[in-house]
Design a protein around this ligand. Structure first.
Ligand code: RIB
Ligand code: CA
Length: 313
């Protein structure tokens, strides 16, 4: 089977970095057409720099990286240095990138790519706030029906929020953008905290990264060593949750995951629950299903896949 053509939309972020590495290590299943950076974990100048740092760490300097929106559609930017550190990639000491940022704006790149590629052949993989995707859909509505699928990390239901009591960070930062995407009619697969909090980098798993004895393996071990602090302190987790790599792993081995096709709507009005993903998991409304909401993962299988693929870089 031909590899899936994807655009990774991202706000690196250590977990974004691992997701990008997994994608770049899996050419049989994934063709990364381009990487578009968005403001999120840290401001755009850092997310667009970090995306290139990761491509160079992977030895893939020919990947096109684009800078996109530097703030949400209609709100001030909220960042997460308290989780990811000042640089967004705290942990390993990685060199500044030599590869260039593309001149084209990320939103224009997304539009042009969907306009040019055959309809139904490009998957969008948002790993941060949905600002770039929503802006592209607003600016060029004709591309919406050409999207093959959106596989995104965001939201929460049983796990509730990680940035407020009700909301997960990616959705909270730009709830209006999320509302546009979830109402777009595109086939959406959602990796919420409900599943990503089951993908924890325990010490044996972290040791497995380090045991690769490669720059990539050691860097991933150092990244996850750093960003586990937040979740260990807040949740008592056994290690860092690999949120964004669940998106890439799903493209490679969807059988690792289980979920339900349900209705998911975004709270955009209430300040108390702003950014909440209201997931009708129990089917108590007649609202139409618009997303496959993932809740289960074969965590050992996920980490076996991840470690095997990182060993290739
Ligand atoms: O809530 C977790 C999500 O927010 C992840 O994508 C992480 O990288 C941050 O963007
Ligand atoms: Ca992210």
């Amino acid at each position: 089977m031909a590899p899936r053509k994807i655009i990774i939309d991202t706000d690196p972020g250590q977990d974004d970095a691992v997701a990008i590495l997994l994608a770049l290590a899996s050419p049989e299943e994934i063709e990364v057409l381009g990487i578009t950076a968005v403001a999120g974990n840290v401001p755009l100048d850092l997310t667009s720099k970090n995306a290139r740092i990761i491509c160079e760490l992977a030895g893939k300097v020919d990947v096109s990286v684009f800078a996109g929106c530097d703030r949400p559609l209609g709100r001030d930017l909220v960042t997460a240095e308290h989780v990811h550190g000042k640089t967004g990639l705290d942990g390993p000491d990685l060199p500044d990138p030599m590869m260039p940022l593309q001149d084209q704006h990320a939103v224009d790149y997304i539009i042009d790519t969907l306009d040019t590629e055959d309809a139904g052949t490009v998957t969008l993989c948002p790993l941060g706030p949905l600002t770039n995707i929503a802006t592209a859909f607003q600016r060029a509505p004709e591309i919406v029906e050409k999207v093959q699928q959106i596989v995104l990390m965001g939201g929460a239901y049983f796990e509730v929020g990680n940035i407020t009591p009700a909301a997960e960070f990616n959705i909270y930062v730009d709830p209006e953008a999320a509302d546009i995407v979830f109402k777009s009619g595109v086939d959406i697969v959602v990796m919420p905290l409900d599943v990503t909090h089951k993908a924890l980098v325990t010490k044996p798993r972290n040791d497995g990264f380090r045991a690769l004895k490669t720059p990539v393996g050691v860097a991933v071990a150092e990244m996850t060593d750093f960003f586990e602090r937040f979740d260990k302190e807040k949740y008592g987790s056994a290690g860092a949750p690999l949120h964004d790599p669940c998106v890439t792993a799903y493209l490679i081995k969807p059988g690792l995951f289980t979920g339900r096709h349900i209705n998911v709507e975004i709270e955009t009005a209430s300040e108390l629950t702003l950014g909440m993903t209201v997931a009708d998991w129990w089917g108590v409304t007649d609202r139409p299903a618009n997303a496959t909401f993932i809740g289960g993962i074969d965590a050992d299988g996920f980490f076996d896949l991840l470690t095997d693929r990182l060993a290739r870089l």
